[in-house]
Design a protein around this ligand. Structure first.
Ligand code: GTP
Ligand code: MG
Length: 136
């Protein structure tokens, strides 16, 4: 089975949506939370995580937002969990996201789109090392 790195971004935590979002993930058959922590992300961690976006116009505001308060950092394990959490999240732009998805139900602003989830096995492995370096 797969493992994926999930962040509940500072907007989700500020708005009291941890239970709602973790609940949706936890409710999926045979998925398990393997690690979960409330953590304010520092700049070096965010630079590693969002390296692919460095130089884009949204990069600096994104970094500032992501450091603006605590996030929930978690590892989720289970059957096709990488694609599965992306499906639960919905597309990047919350206005384009279908109601029923996390972004579609709770989001309006592209930057404040509530959740991050690894987009491939390679990303999951890379991001797991960034956020849980001790984790096998
Ligand atoms: P993540 O799961 O957070 O990686 O989102 P994603 O994979 O759906 O989007 P992507 O990796 O392309 O972008 C990372 C994050 O940068 C997004 O989740 C948004 O918060 C933000 N972002 C991406 N594109 C834009 C944009 O065009 N404008 C703004 N303001 N923010 C963007
Ligand atoms: Mg991404």
């Amino acid at each position: 089975s797969q493992r994926t790195l999930v962040l509940l971004k500072p907007d989700a935590v500020r708005r009291g949506l941890i239970g709602e979002i973790v609940g949706r993930i936890e409710s999926k058959a045979d998925w398990r939370i393997a690690a979960l922590e409330l953590r304010t992300l520092d700049r070096p961690t965010l630079e590693q995580h969002y390296a692919e976006h460095e130089g884009r116009p949204f990069y600096e505001p994104l970094m500032e937002f992501m450091a603006s308060g605590p996030s929930v950092v978690m590892l989720v394990e289970g059957e096709r969990v990488i694609e599965g959490v992306r499906t639960l999240a919905g597309p990047t732009d919350p206005i384009a996201a279908t109601p029923g998805s996390i972004r579609g139900d709770f989001g309006t602003i592209v930057r404040e789109n509530l959740i991050h989830a690894s987009d491939s096995e390679e990303s999951a492995e890379r991001e797991t090392k960034i956020f849980f370096p001790g984790f096998a």
